[in-house]
Write a protein that binds this ligand. Sequence first.
Ligand code: GAP
Length: 552
Amino acid sequence: MDKQNDQSRMDKIVSLAKRRGFIFQSSEIYGGLNGFWDYGPLGVALKRNLKDCWWQDMVSGHDELATPAGAPEPYEMAGLDCTIIMHPQVWKVSGHFDLFHDWLVDCRESKKRYRYDHLHGRFASHRNKRVFVVTDQSGDDALPHTLTRAQKFFGLRAKQIEEIQWEGGIEPLAAGIAAGTILTAETLAPDAAELGTLTDPREFNLMFETRIGALAGGDDDRAFLRPETAQGIFMNFKNVLDTSRVSVPFGIAQIGKSFRNEITPRNFTFRSREFEQMEIEFFCKPADSTAWYRYWRDRRWKWYLDLGLTAGKLQLREHHADELSHYSVGTADIEYAFPFLAEGEFGELEGIAHRGDFDLRSHSEGKLVRQDGQLVVEQGVDGKPRHRGSGKDLSYFDDVTRERYVPHVIEPSAGADRAVLAFLCDAYHEDEVPDEDGKPRSRTVLKLHPRLAPLKVAILPLVKKDGMPELAAELYRKLKPHMAAMYDEKGSVGRRYARQDEAGTPWCITVDGQSLTDRTVTLRDRDTLVQSRVAVDAVVDLLRDRLRTGVS
Ligand code: GAP
């Protein structure tokens, strides 16, 4: 599919998401708030189902007695739900206070603000003028954007654009400035008419700040909304160990909101300022950590495939050594080819990181930095720890081997909103189905996995008389305690099917004339369109079984 088709596909997905009540812009009646999104009736069900699948598959349904395929040994899992606002020292010791920032630049003319690493461009010359035309567009949109910007800057008509001479392809602005091959004075900012309007880059911490208490004002009241759920798990490592009967190896899982003051939220919900994460911190013996890293990487990859994401659109990317955080021994990203990205580009759904003993040691000893290949406590100018740890012993004593060690951590960290977006994009299809008269009718259908689908089944009386609504209501009431079911008697049956296809409902049940004589109904499958007759009394068991096995 070419880029333009892909972009129009994305536009259709965004429009369906709004029209059918999956996702709305936050505070829309006041013009919306950039980077914040609300989930409507269908969206909240989809997102809840996704989080429930994750919790069921990773935590509550985990078999602690068996060794899962690829795992070194059986392991335990525990859950947690901790606060969004934590002691400010957490973020100082974790490194977020000092290091969790992006570089931004402002445009003095347009007053717009950009992420420095999102600015690219190319040199254009016309007559005796040479400028570096900067764009904030990504992928395939970048080149055409520089073309229209240059045309406007040089004051050319469409037929004169051939007169512009271009040097090379798109290159990052930051690298050119750093190398001295691009001068700020010759840059044309993405929304400016004059040259040289971009400021020098400056750091911008992504944590949202707040104040605690009525007497807020002093530095002691300063607190932060968590930018990740992971730190709450480290805070409770000892609590979980001391109060539940888990022993290493074990994982603690948490689903919850995180907040990042992203400079340029974009691509629908992909980069939001408020979003949900589904994170596991898995604690293991240092010697086994590489095997556990591989296990979690492969386990998490398989989870997306099992829930139906198209294998060809997923990518597992191991980070190069120079991409790794200073504490990480290995990291892999699970990425998806979102339609808003250029051909060949992928967006991150989840990162699986081998974090070594960095977190537990930091929260015990103080913020760590790597020096000569070793993690050591960072010193301030006064020779004292730059950010003090808790001083609590976060090591683990193994009763069997009589060893004491600081466990290593493997962290599979997924975004719930990004996963919802990927499943929505992947499920979106347009095809043709025969209408009631057998004529082809185009339809939009969300082919969501039945476990994820907001509604599992719709019950439709063929007509609103002759006892059909009563039998349909009876069936609806039988199904409702077991799964999300809907009763719909409004409009032609074709239109009702179309509404359910767009909502991603895997099954529709029609109560017709025959149902009244033999108590059978028609069961229609969303994807195969196969219609079969099923006894009313067999419907609940049949659909529960299909939901359990994931067969649509
Ligand atoms: N504890 C590790 C951590 O937070 P991360 O790669 O920064 O790692 C993990 O975030 C996941 O959270 C990402 O893979 C993504 O799915 C999601 N995520 C991160 N920033 C996001 C944002 N601004 N909007 C939506 N999801 C985001």
